[in-house]
Design a protein around this ligand. Structure first.
Ligand code: VGL
Ligand code: ZN
Length: 208
């Protein structure tokens, strides 16, 4: 595939807490790091998202009385899955993995900053009330194709790719540069199916 200056790589949430040993570890999440570093060499325009929660974030089970990890609740009129405490601002868990090459990144998009609303997508919060500005930023730089990779396939990667497609970027998911949490065993496969059905193109890194 021929890449041009109008192509962007979006690296979603490759942070310590989503990697083996982290608070919300994705199995084999670390295996995508060399793949992402290899792909980065092909792109002029690279942006990364960072899950960046305040310690009192309401997506954390610990911040609810009797809150259980994996439980689905309604909080301020939004559905919210309760997670282990993760990616707390200015902690090691929120940092990008040390081996992830970040020298050519144009921007870091921080999300999940509002304590009452979660934000899986790098473009909008889950209530679609807050726009991170990423869509406009990419359009201002004449980007027309967005290639998505990172963690986790069934949450932040999935919603970022769906929003990218909805914003009319030609959107690609790099399947060997992502991994799923799989709270239910088929979540990752279901996400791939949904993305494909929507119109996101699934590719592997060797085609870049
Ligand atoms: C994520 C759950 C909670 C992700 C972030 O990056 O996929 N998942 N916060
Ligand atoms: Zn989070």
């Amino acid at each position: 595939m021929e890449l041009t200056k109008r192509d962007a790589l979006l690296i979603v949430d490759v942070q310590n807490d989503f990697l083996p040993g982290g608070a919300l570890a994705v199995s084999d999440g670390d295996q995508i790091i060399p793949v992402i570093n290899r792909i980065q060499k092909k792109f002029d325009f690279i942006v990364a998202s960072q899950d960046f929660h305040p310690a009192n974030h309401k997506s954390f089970a610990a911040n609810h009385k009797n809150g259980k990890i994996g439980e689905l609740i309604v909080w301020k009129e939004n559905l919210q899955i309760l997670w282990p405490t993760h990616c707390v601002q200015n902690t090691e868990g929120a940092e990008f993995h040390k081996d992830l090459d970040r020298k050519n990144w144009k921007a870091i998009i921080r999300k999940g900053v509002d304590s009452d609303v979660d934000s899986y997508s790098a473009f909008f919060d889950n209530a679609y009330q807050i726009d991170t500005g990423l869509g406009k930023y990419l359009k201002d730089h004449q980007i027309d194709r967005v290639f998505v990779c990172g963690l986790a396939l069934d949450y932040c990667v999935r919603y970022s790719a769906l929003d990218s497609f909805a914003l009319e970027f030609e959107t690609y998911l790099i399947t060997d540069a992502t991994r799923a949490v799989n709270m239910s065993p088929t979540d990752g496969d279901d996400a791939l199916e949904e993305l494909k059905k929507t119109g996101v193109k699934l590719i592997t890194s060797d085609s870049l």
